[in-house]
Design a protein around this ligand. Structure first.
Ligand SMILES: Cc1cc2nc3c(=O)[nH]c(=O)nc-3n(C[C@H](O)[C@H](O)[C@H](O)COP(=O)(O)O)c2cc1C
Length: 213
């Protein structure tokens, strides 16, 4: 696929076939992802390629409470949701229940000792630290899509970081950036719902006119 098509057609995949993903295919995905940029080119990411059914089930179980709490905090009760929201949450609920069936789980960790967190002193949560790992994660998702694979990311397991650390013997000092599910999709939509450029870009200043061509 053309790069621009891959970028436009990489959704969070909800339904996967049970077919295995061979090691050489997983390797190709990782081999493309590794060209991501990182601060100082320190490449502080490490990935546990998890296939073990018991570990996948444990990850599914650890995900449930943070997922329910996320829905409660961000979406409110079902009766307050519009139909589109309801259907998206229902899809994600189904995904939450069945995620252990996705054949490959990529646990992406970041070595915090090599990351320069330049906004660490700001009076808000850091956004910079993630900048040295999420380009890698996005590359993973794009490379997978290019090979016809589906992916879905969750960052909610960070609420259970120490449990996940124990599952894969990750050293202390490493932060869990994301779990990326990887498998062959049942179906991937070709049209994603995203805002147009004019809705999130301004000329020169936030109070400038919206940017368009
Ligand atoms: C940082 C990040 C965290 C996410 N966490 C979750 C998650 O915990 N559970 C989930 O089902 N989807 C998760 N997603 C997927 C988003 O919900 C999805 O990309 C978004 O709703 C757009 O949907 P679409 O890709 O189907 O168009 C996450 C995506 C990102 C970028």
């Amino acid at each position: 696929m053309e790069l621009s098509e891959v970028m436009r057609q990489t959704p969070g995949c909800r339904d996967y076939r049970s077919d295995p993903v061979p090691d050489d295919v997983v390797y190709r995905v990782l081999d493309a992802a590794r060209f991501a940029p990182s601060g100082g080119n320190r490449q502080g990411w490490r990935v546990a390629v998890v296939r073990d059914p018991g570990t996948r089930l444990a990850l599914r179980d650890l995900y449930q409470a943070p997922w329910r709490e996320y829905v409660r905090a961000h979406y409110g009760p079902p009766e307050s949701m519009d139909d589109d929201r309801k259907s998206r949450v229902a899809d994600a609920d189904r995904m939450a229940a069945s995620m252990h069936e996705v054949p490959v789980h990529l646990l992406v960790w970041l070595d915090m000792s090599v990351v320069a967190v330049t906004d660490a002193a700001a009076d808000r949560p850091s956004v910079v630290a993630g900048g040295s790992v999420f380009p890698f994660v996005q590359n993973l998702q794009l490379a997978a899509r290019d090979l016809g694979l589906g992916t879905r990311i969750t960052t909610l397991l960070s609420h259970r970081e120490d449990d996940v650390r124990a599952l894969v013997a990750a050293p202390s000092g490493w932060a869990l950036a994301a779990l990326v599910l990887l498998g062959w999709p049942v179906h991937l939509p070709s049209r994603l719902s995203r805002r147009p450029v004019e809705r999130f870009t301004w000329r020169e200043r936030f109070d400038g006119e919206s940017f368009n061509a």
